[in-house]
Design a protein around this ligand. Sequence first.
Ligand code: GLN
Length: 547
Amino acid sequence: MTRFVFITGGVVSSLGKGLTTAALGALLQARGYKIRLRKLDPYLNVDPGTMSPFEHGEVFVTDDGAETDLDLGHYERFTGVAAKNTDSISSGKIYSNVLEKERNGDYLGKTIQVIPHVTNEIKEFIKIGENEVDFMLCEIGGTVGDIEGLPFFEAIRQFAREKEHGSCIFMHLTLLPFIDTSGELKTKPTQHSVKELRSIGLSPDILVCRAKERIPEIEREKLALFCNVKTESIISAYDLNSIYEAPLAFHNEGLDTAVLDAFGLEWKKTPDLSIWKDVADNINFPEGEVRIAIVGKYTKLGDAYKSIAEALTHGGIANNAKVIADWIDAEIFEKEDPSSYLQNFHAILVPGGFGERGVEGKILAAKFAREKKIPYFGICLGMQMAVIEAARNLGKLENANSEEFTEVNNSNEIIPVVFHLGKWIDNGKIVTRKTTDKKGGTMRLGAYEAILTPGSKAHKIYKEPKIWERHRHRFEVDIKYQEILENNGLCFSGISPDGSLPEIVEITNHPWFIGVQFHPELKSKPFAPHPLFSDFIRAALEQSRLV
Ligand code: GLN
């Protein structure tokens, strides 16, 4: 029997539901269970692909090319289970499916309603591949009481009612505010949140309560009584030094045993959490320290580059070093000399991005790193910027640019070393795209293979001749500039199997200068840091010893 854990949130948003779900997944895995994690988002966007990273944080891309919520990144980082496009859904997608069925006449003329048509669509989604795992963890986005969330809450109520008795439990995450003036931890908002849940037919089996510190016994008992939950199932989620301590902390608070108890499962054996102990030790007792400048566009919201920040931490774990990442808005370099900002860093990273703003600043950051021999890591747009810089300053193609930038598009003078990709091969099939295509889901998305040049830096770092990495972009470096760029020191060390698309570029005569067209950060895990990030931090540590 597959068991379902539904995770909901109350009181306020941003409590770390995604992290809690991910950490619970890791704990169940450590007890030998096979798991899958899913996110159900009540917003009306069909997927997060076209949502602003300023508003919604990073878009996480799966191997099979889905553009998903960043929580799927947490799930993968904590469990190593590669997310699929069937692990993320939104109201927008549910409604589009329902409306498409209605247009196809699939409902045989019935009146289409939230109950049963929308709720049935949600239930069908939850069931996909259910028999492949022991536990399906389904997180409902937003907070209880949100209008958009109601069909999801109703669907999971029906789901539990229809499934075998004892196969579904509900876990609710809330906040316990501390009132300074009275010196009290307040349980009332949680009581109200549970009341709200109950009013729509859901009774939580487990309450995970966020607070600054561990929740004292007296408050746990009070919550247990008023919320009709066992005291052992009131779990403290207190602030931690690092998110990667969450599996250990939740285990110590009894989260995994509470879940197994709620299902009536035996839990005598203690789980093997050694990987998490090693990760926590590495983070808490680093031996070195490096400062990395991330020169980007979406620098105001930490979550906009979530996977990059995490992958840098993982690179630090691999080198037993603390990574201090500073976010710098690339636009500054269009007015001010980059050296005053960048000279104190041990390495520079230019991440992915879209649109024209700040691109000249990123090109200057790549130039600074190349000339000053500071480790440079260009990811997606960051690689394209490094190529433009090399084309202009090494290859003497002064008008080198990317077709992405509108001003550039309107000028005949430019040399499009980065061009709009109109045709490529995906899984043996030809895909075509026009610049006028609609925006949603039309990029080169998901995992593609690349062949590495033997003896290149990339090959030495990966220690493999072929790699699969995840993509999310419309533009590409034009292979026809390979010769001129290679003659000037920028080598193409990773290329698509058909030889048409440059995937990795590097400068041989430089301590560490690598650009990648894909997003390696999406595959990095704390217990298995991505080799490019590990080696980048190693190079940064070496740089720190020079200055
Ligand atoms: N905007 C660039 C493109 O579409 C880069 C995208 C990215 O960095 N993910 O090709």
